[in-house]
Design a protein. Sequence first.
Length: 232
Amino acid sequence: MLTFIAFLESSCIFGQNLQLHYDFGEGRHFFTSTLEMFKPDSLGSTFWFVDFDFNSPDKPRGISMAYWEMSRDFYIPGIKKLRGFEELGFHIEYNDGVQIEKPDSGEITGFNLNSTWLAGFSYPVKIGNVIIGTMLLYKHPRAASSADFQLTAVWYQPVFKNRIILTGFLDVWSQDKIYEDGKEIVFQTEPQCWYAFHRKMFVGSEIKISKNFPFGPDDWKFLPTIAVKWEF
């Protein structure tokens, strides 16, 4: 899952939500929970989310992975405003996680998912009635041979009198190749579609589309989910 700060700001949405996805992609078939929080203030906004995959070999299945992102956007003083919010912002972000495994020996082991710092600038781009939050970021994974970059776009568009919400993100970044020297480009996007059957309750779906994720080379992957969401 990724960052949703820009589209949350553009639509004046703030608060928390809890999502439960069932992943029925090839070789997966497990639940993932997502807890998100967004809070604006006079200086900018704070956003974080935590994902838990429930794919341990135990029955019933326990947590097999935890992943989180925490980010902060700051308004830049002196930059003129576009429709009530700052055009250009400064963005800082930290990503981390833990993968939990239980080998044949029966001993539970865990390893870090390569903690990453990102910093750069965010800028809203208006296309028709849709505002797309864009980010250009310097990316520094803990074990990387050199710095990387990341381009991010996020969107949020209510339709049919807010009964249907189209949202999601797209990330493109560079990373070290795992088996040879040099860099490779990673593509990842997760469009979502939600139907509001109650003011705070939604049903929907997400499709995870990626190339070279987490480490390439690999083919394109298309991993759909069905999900429910509660805003509180």
